[in-house]
Every structure is written in structure tokens, then in C-alpha cells.
Design a protein around this ligand. Structure first.
Ligand code: RTP
Ligand code: MG
Length: 148
């Protein structure tokens, strides 16, 4: 089954949006298979956002993503990479549709609440960058078993 890397950025953690964001992907029907609250180092940030290293906003981007804890996650499901990007909305929250995470909670492009892998190649790269193999679980969900 397809997997993607999603991350609540420091602004989302500070604004107490972790639960809301996790809830959206749970309700959609995707499965959480890995998660951790962590502090990103400068080295990890520069590698993660390596594709942007020549952009004028690179320094600001690295500074922001290392400015406080992030909530890193691996989610699994059919077509989860592209669907999660749709649920996140456009990069600039001012262009992101209402109903998307950035459309509902973001205001500026520099603080846009959530990161998501943009392709199968970046999903594999980013999952391996942030998670060890044994931190990604495989399990089936049977909610009745946990109620009765
Ligand atoms: P992300 O990688 O964080 O999920 O965002 P994205 O794919 O939607 O956008 P991307 O083009 O990969 O840009 C990465 C992050 O850089 C910041 N950015 N700032 N000041 C600017 O013009 C500008 N453009 C991009 C955003 O925070 C964006 O999420
Ligand atoms: Mg990106």
C-alpha cells in the first residue's frame, strides 16, 4: 500500500493543530503507521529541503522548520500521496481553497502549517530521512475489538 510523509510544521504545533490535522487524515480513511514529535536539526532541514537550496527563501525556510518541534508522520492508503496534497491545499494559503488544511488554518506562505511529500520518489526519500524501518508499523484496524 502507498505511503507518504506528512509533517505538522512548527507553527501548527504551536497553534495546537496537531490533533485536528491527524483527525482529518483519520476521518478520510487513511492509516497512521508512524509518528513522532521531534526537533529538526539544521543538517536534516537542509537535506529535507535540498531541492530549494538555491531559492531566495531557503535560509528562512530552514530557520522556520528548525524553530520548534514538528510532528512527523507516515500515512498509508490508496493514492495517499496525491490525496494528502489535495487535503493540504496549495502552498500559499492565500490561494488554498477553503476546506483544505492550509486554506482553513494558514495565512502566509512562510507559515503554512503542514508539509507533505509531492511524489512517490520524494515520499520514499523523506520517509527514510525521518524514520527508521522499525518505527513504521504494519497493523490492521478492528475498532470493535477495542470497545468490547
Ligand atoms: P512543502 O514542501 O513544505 O510541503 O510545501 P510545498 O511542496 O507545497 O511547496 P514547496 O515548493 O516545496 O516549498 C517548500 C516551502 O517553502 C516555503 N516557500 N516560501 N517565500 C516564498 O515565496 C516561498 N515559497 C515557498 C513554503 O513554506 C513551502 O511550504
Ligand atoms: Mg515541497
Amino acid at each position: 500500500m502507498e505511503k507518504t510523509f506528512l509533517m505538522v510544521k512548527p507553527d501548527g504545533v504551536q497553534r495546537e493543530l496537531v490533533g485536528e490535522i491527524v483527525s482529518r487524515f483519520e476521518k478520510k480513511g487513511f492509516q497512521l503507521v508512524g509518528a513522532k514529535l521531534m526537533q529538526i536539526t539544521k543538517e536534516l532541514a537542509e537535506e529535507h529541503y535540498g531541492e530549494h537550496k538555491d531559492k531566495p527563501f531557503f535560509g528562512e525556510l530552514v530557520g522556520f522548520i528548525t524553530s520548534g518541534p514538528v510532528f512527523a508522520m507516515v500515512w498509508e492508503g490508496e493514492n495517499v500521496i496525491a490525496t494528502a496534497r489535495q487535503m493540504m491545499g496549495k502552498t500559499n494559503p492565500q490561494e488554498a481553497a477553503p476546506g483544505t488544511i492550509r486554506g482553513d488554518y494558514g495565512v502566509t506562505v512562510g507559515k503554512n502549517v503542514i508539509h507533505g511529500s509531492d511524489s512517490p520518489g520524494s515520499a520514499e526519500r523523506e520517509i527514510n530521512l525521518f524514520f527508521e524501518n522499525d518505527q513504521i508499523l504494519s497493523y490492521t484496524k478492528d475498532s470493535n475489538q477495542w470497545v468490547y
